[in-house]
Write a protein that binds this ligand. Sequence first.
Ligand SMILES: Nc1ncnc2c1ncn2[C@@H]1O[C@H](COP(=O)(O)OP(=O)(O)OP(=O)(O)O)[C@@H](O)[C@H]1O
Ligand SMILES: [Mg+2]
Length: 595
Amino acid sequence: MSRRPKKAIEKGMMLRVLQIMWQHASHYPWTLIGLFTAVVLLILSQVLTPIFYKRLIDAAIVATSPTAEVVHGLLVILSSIAAIKGLAWISRRLRGVCMVRFESRVMADLAMTAFDRLMRHSHSFFTDNFAGTLVRRVNKFVGSFEAIADQIGFNLFPSLLIIAGSLYVLSQRDMLLGVTLSIGIGCFIVFNVIAGLWKQKYEVIRNDRDSEATGVIADAIGNASTIKLFSGHAFEVALFGKINNLLRKARVVAWSLHELVGAVQGLIMFSTEIGMLAVAIILWQKGILTVGDFVLIQLYLNAIYNRIDDFERVIRKLFESFADAGEMVEIMDTPLEITDAPNAEALAVSRGAISFNHVTFAFHKTRTVLTDFSLPIAAREKVALVGSSGAGKTTITRLLLRFHDIAGGAITIDGHDISKVTLESLWNAVALVPQEPVLFHRTLRENILYGRRDATDAEVIEAARRAHCHEFISSLPNGYETYVGECGVKLSGGERQRVAIARAILKNAPILVLDEATSSLDSESESLIQDALHELMREKTVIAIAHRLSTIREMDRIIVIDSGAIVAEGTHDVLLSQQGIYRKLWEIQAGNFIL
Ligand SMILES: Nc1ncnc2c1ncn2[C@@H]1O[C@H](COP(=O)(O)OP(=O)(O)OP(=O)(O)O)[C@@H](O)[C@H]1O
Ligand SMILES: [Mg+2]
């Protein structure tokens, strides 16, 4: 599993996250304008309200007796307050409506982009990354947009406006008030930014630990039966316990820092309030401020404190969301390992001749599988690859499908280099029945239909008949509409394989790659599969990794592979007559069942 280096999210990545989010958000300019207007109006009303409260109190105090004139004056101020409150109410509704539309749409778009990009990655990418971790990254990425939009739209932006508005109004009353408040808020913000940056790396560690713990759970779930069969429960619990403990420690550090930061913030806020009131008393003494100004100051301080009280949480949440999104953006920005060459053309298979020319391939430096491997296969020829486990048979077939790129040599189909044709046309030309077929958690019909999605129901049934799975499918209560369970777990190995064969029959590609499962099937399954394969191989170029006697006998040529090299080739009878690996393998695999 590829892990992110344990460091705080870099500025570059944060900008990249913002860039991607903005790309998606900017598709909805009107909703954005609506949102912006709503927030500005809402904050404007919140800045205006205290001014009218101050006027109300001053008017009431100045009046010596409640004359009709005074009451009228008070009612006028009251109606202004009502109008402003009404404006606030409307702005809030507008903000709500816009936010719902904006966030839901952008989140849906981001999910589509992430899914599309993720599924373009290569075969090795998916073998190197846990499914659970990837699923989580997609979800976190989409969720992080909601969090970032919420923090900016409901917190950061309104906070900035309310601070600016309060500072303006208070400075108008007296510069000293503005200066005192600026100092208090300045200290608060500077402290928060420094503390936020300092804490960030601990948040990322916590996040990483969280992902690791999830990965362990997903891996264990995927291997639930193996764990039971190998009495691994205690071992797995201990393994999970270890990572869970690391996660707990990471949480303790991150959350304790949060508490510490909160304590310092509280001190700054409390000192600012006392400072402001002290200044107000001095100015009141000098006759510059009125009693109403005390109310004005208190209301502004309350409004600002309500906003910035959890400023630290907002910043933390923002960084957390950026870190969450960064995990997925990193995957989205990872160059695709296998892509179409520039100006790649579609592969047109006329005959289906395959050639491996001096192919060299290594998984990594220390794992060379093929060195100077050459194998020409004529059109419609049926070739069996045999060899001991780990010899490189599956790898050879994967190279033909360009699941990995080769380091040297070339692989051609009808003379076209497979690295120079479009991947889609290459995959269309080859049908693969893998060693261990995995099925979608969809109905049997949908699984077979995947071979050619525009096939009719009659064609699906015909393919199923020829693959000998129609019998067992018809016996199921829901027939073709039966759900097969995640990865096809509700079917037996032989049934799964026959469904995969039906899918390949429906696809009807000119080249067929067959990776026979080694697991022994009962003789009825074996003969059903044999019949199915016989059907499938007709009129096609076939590379079969063959274990079964019957498959091997049907082949034109048998290639014996050992450590990624061809050590012998010929027909079954010829190879058997030699005292080579083939004979040895044969004796072991067929249990000396030599005809
Ligand atoms: N993703 C991978 N990364 C690194 N090494 C790999 C990877 N996949 C396979 N290998 C190694 O490459 C070698 C060839 O593997 P391959 O799957 O082709 O063997 P095989 O002949 O198909 O064996 P079997 O009969 O057991 O299916 C093995 O040594 C295997 O460990
Ligand atoms: Mg294999």
